[in-house]
Design a protein around this ligand. Structure first.
Ligand SMILES: CC(C)(COP(=O)(O)OP(=O)(O)OC[C@H]1O[C@@H](n2cnc3c(N)ncnc32)[C@H](O)[C@@H]1OP(=O)(O)O)[C@@H](O)C(=O)NCCC(=O)NCCS
Length: 238
């Protein structure tokens, strides 16, 4: 049986407080630079720039090209994909997520991967009846206090990761499907889920479509400033 690795990379934005991220702007193409400059808030500029550079760095190493050669397009719901005209031979799936404090991405060989990272907060629990199935709601309500918020975000991140893996995002009503709960790792017939705690009180889930005769392992890497400085050392062409 073949083994595929689900690679998860995450970075607390606080790691880069002393780093002038504008040095990374040349890694963006003209259109991406326009998008970057269109954001008024520094936090939006930061998540956009670091997210694109992170993906370009990881994918370029797999395709053995330089990061600047990596070009994305979006599906009609906003999911980033590799531009297949420029990268015709590849089997790479990836997805990006950011919260206020964390940037995360997940990459693997195969089809359809989605990632979601969320800070665990109590204030969203009253949304439950609108977004969770009856069974999911009962699972969350079977816990008290902090464990209840944790259970809520376990399901929430699984659902978001799933709709992002499909690529349709929140155009799929979250209440219209259910996700497996109560396990950190789950590999079903069609979908796999992997959930981890990251940083201060945040949950990250990856959802991925299962392939026949493949087993899965997980590799989690917390990134730091050095990883971004390494990207800067990439040659402009290989
Ligand atoms: C995708 C979505 C679930 C993201 O939710 P979120 O928790 O706010 O955002 P996250 O931080 O987890 O993820 C953001 C990243 O997801 C990716 N993304 C965006 N839309 C996506 C989609 N449909 N499927 C998978 N990934 C998507 C992008 O890479 C985005 O980062 P970027 O803007 O820097 O490129 C939500 O924004 C959504 O459903 N958007 C689709 C809206 C839509 O249907 N638009 C139709 C065209 S108007």
């Amino acid at each position: 049986m073949a083994v595929e690795t689900v690679e998860i990379y995450w970075l607390p934005f606080s790691e880069l407080l002393s780093f002038d991220i504008r040095i990374l702007i040349p890694f963006l193409n003209r259109l991406e630079q326009n998008t970057f400059h269109s954001f008024k808030a520094f936090s939006k500029q930061r998540e956009f720039l670091l997210g694109r550079v992170l993906l370009k760095s990881i994918i370029s190493a797999k395709l053995r090209v330089c990061p600047k050669q990596i070009q994305f397009k979006k599906n009609k719901f906003g999911k980033l994909l590799l531009d297949e005209e420029l990268h015709p031979v590849n089997n790479i799936s990836f997805n990006l997520s950011h919260s206020n404090s964390i940037l995360a991405c997940a990459v693997m060989n195969g089809n359809d991967i989605g990632v979601d990272v969320e800070e665990i907060q109590f204030r969203y629990l009253n949304l439950m009846s609108k977004v969770f199935t009856q069974e999911e709601t009962e699972y969350v309500l079977s816990f008290n206090n902090d464990a209840r918020a944790h259970a809520f975000f376990e399901i929430w991140t699984k659902k978001e990761a799933y709709v992002k893996a499909i690529g349709h995002g929140l155009s799929i009503p979250l209440k219209s499907f259910s996700v497996p709960f109560g396990s950190q790792r789950y590999v079903g017939n069609d979908w796999g889920y992997y959930t981890i705690n990251v940083y201060n009180n945040s949950l990250l889930t990856v959802a991925f479509r299962i392939q026949n005769n493949v087993s899965y392992k997980y590799q989690v890497k917390r990134l730091n400033l050095t990883d971004f400085l390494t990207v800067m050392e990439e040659p402009t062409s290989k």
